[in-house]
Design a binder for this molecule. Structure first.
Ligand code: ADP
Ligand code: MG
Length: 500
């Protein structure tokens, strides 16, 4: 069996750097070499992107209505691991709905009972009331079947944190209007409405003794969970169906909150960046490396010109970018892939799951790549030659490397924004930077959890942007169950802030 070439450091040389199969025809090589530069991210380009990120941060912190919303969460404290109590959490994130009961044990540890419920496309795209009724029914079913506490045996309502991972402009911990749907949701009569109230109304219609006291973005949950389990945490970020980050900002640096009673005493507040929307308005002047494959994805998406950054990075989109590349190669005359044969998976919009790319990149030998390609694309094994397998691997690696490097630019932007690292050409070089021994970044999502080389590729961009010392000091740790535990921690924070 021929070994698969190791992933190369940069997308730059691509075809040239890999031991190119001897039987790659000249016309195919030329086509691949024409595609590759579009995915290239030089260090200069990455720096330009990070500068642009910081610029969008500043805009979002100073004004409402900016594409990168920089949403104040009204969470003014992060946990230290000593917190106790039992709370409910409901997590609507993208692919699944989860209901959890979280028991905080007060020693950085917790116990979690949970149940997942499927969210059908009908619910995602139907009436909002039906979606929120379904969520209330799921909590009800959970309380009957799985929970250790019985709300009917309690004097007080059970407190619930609602992890709702869409852009919500919050006005209080439990209040906030949905700005826009993302990640394939489009339920009607939700945008512009208070999602905390929509959920509470659904509970109340069922006379349930449950009170929603916090709306929590999954990034905030990830940040809170990491702080609870591991101490200090600088950034909570998600690389799953979508991508986003939340970090702790000085209230003095959030001009749009000036005069708000909630910030009269200064201090800090967690900001939900909604960085998936980075570069939305740049249009043709985009600093992001858009290729025809990205443009096709965007045009055919339900949110054209929105979530520009997310469309390069997250699990929902990477498979689709790859599908667009592969189809171009299938349809090329003469065919470059599969002798021009396609498959139901390849022909279907969003038919190619990013998990298939994971499998293709995880394969250790070319024979294993062939198997992964055949299984993932739904093509008979005999239709996938060694050369086909190599080309799919090449394309997957190119898409995923670009995604991970762009993710590194987002992390770098937060390090610079919080004065933990310097970026060439940005800010006052005389201003001191904080240099803690370790900078903790809590992460969650299938991309970081399962995608091979994701962290290593992200780090290569981080190193290029903020230098080796800062990169080495950055500890990236999974905040497993972040959305559940984080919602419980926000419910507790709400209780503290209410009784303060
Ligand atoms: P969510 O963001 O909805 O909470 P996940 O973090 O599990 O959920 O991310 C789901 C996304 O990750 C989907 O878009 C799916 O295609 C993708 N995905 C699932 N498994 C893998 C995998 N093994 N490798 C890469 N991507 C995956
Ligand atoms: Mg999630």
């Amino acid at each position: 069996m021929s070994p698969v070439p190791k992933p190369h450091e940069s997308v730059e040389p691509l075809v040239a750097s890999l031991p190119t199969p001897a039987d790659l025809p000249d016309y195919a090589r030329k086509t691949l070499e024409a595609i590759a530069p579009g995915f290239k991210l030089t260090d200069d380009r990455l720096r330009e992107i990070t500068h642009s990120f910081l610029h969008d941060f500043e805009l979002g912190l100073s004004k409402y209505g900016e594409p990168m919303a920089m949403i104040p969460t009204y969470v003014t404290g992060v946990p230290n691991g000593k917190e106790t109590g039992t709370f409910l959490a409901l997590d609507l994130g993208g692919t699944n709905l989860r209901v959890c009961e979280v028991k905080l044990l007060g020693n950085h540890k917790f116990e979690l009972r949970q149940q997942k419920y499927k969210v059908s496309d009908t619910l995602k795209t139907g009436e909002a009331v039906a979606l929120f009724n379904y969520m209330a029914d799921s909590v009800d079913a959970f309380l009957t079947e799985r929970a250790s506490i019985d709300p009917n045996q309690q004097n007080e309502d059970l407190l619930l944190g609602f992890t709702f991972s869409f852009p919500v402009e919050q006005t209080a911990l439990a209040r906030g209007e949905l700005l826009t749907w993302t990640k394939g949701f489009s339920a009607k009569n939700a945008v512009g409405h208070d999602v905390g109230q929509l959920l509470q109304d659904a509970f109340d219609r069922r006379h349930m003794h449950v009170k929603c006291v916090a709306i929590v973005n999954d990034t905030v949950g990830t940040l809170m969970t990491r702080a609870y389990t591991g101490g200090d945490c600088l950034l909570g970020s998600i690389f799953g169906t979508g991508t986003n980050g939340a970090y702790v900002e000085d209230i003095s640096r959030i001009p749009k909150l000036a005069g708000h009673p909630a910030v009269a005493n200064g201090g800090k507040m967690v900001i939900n960046c909604e960085w998936g929307a980075f570069n939305n308005t740049a249009g043709l002047r985009t600093v992001l490396p858009s290729t025809p494959f990205d443009n096709k994805l965007d045009r055919e998406s339900i949110n054209v010109r929105k979530q520009a950054f997310e469309k390069f990075i997250s699990g929902m989109y990477q498979g689709e970018i790859l599908r667009n590349i592969l189809l171009t190669l299938v349809d090329h005359q003469p065919p470059i892939l599969f002798k021009g044969e396609s498959s139901a998976t390849l022909n279907k919009h969003y038919g190619l799951d990013t998990a298939v790319m994971s499998d293709v990149e995880n394969a250790q030998t070319l024979a294993d790549v062939r198997t992964a390609v055949s299984a993932g694309l739904g093509l008979p094994l005999e239709s996938v030659s060694d050369l086909d397998a190599w080309i799919v691997r090449w394309a997957a690696e190119m898409v995923a490397t670009r995604a991970a490097k762009l993710s590194g630019a987002a992390v770098a932007a937060i390090l610079v924004q919080t004065r933990h690292a310097r970026l060439q050409g940005y800010g006052d070089p005389a201003e001191p930077i904080k240099t803690p021994g370790v900078m903790h970044v809590g992460v969650d999502g299938s991309m970081v959890e399962f995608y091979p080389h994701f962290e290593e590729r992200l780090r290569s961009a981080l190193r290029a942007l903020v230098g080796e010392e800062a990169e080495k000091a950055t500890k990236i740790g999974m905040a497993k169950d972040g959305s559940g535990v984080g919602a419980a921690l926000c419910a507790l924070q709400a209780m503290k802030q209410l009784t303060a």
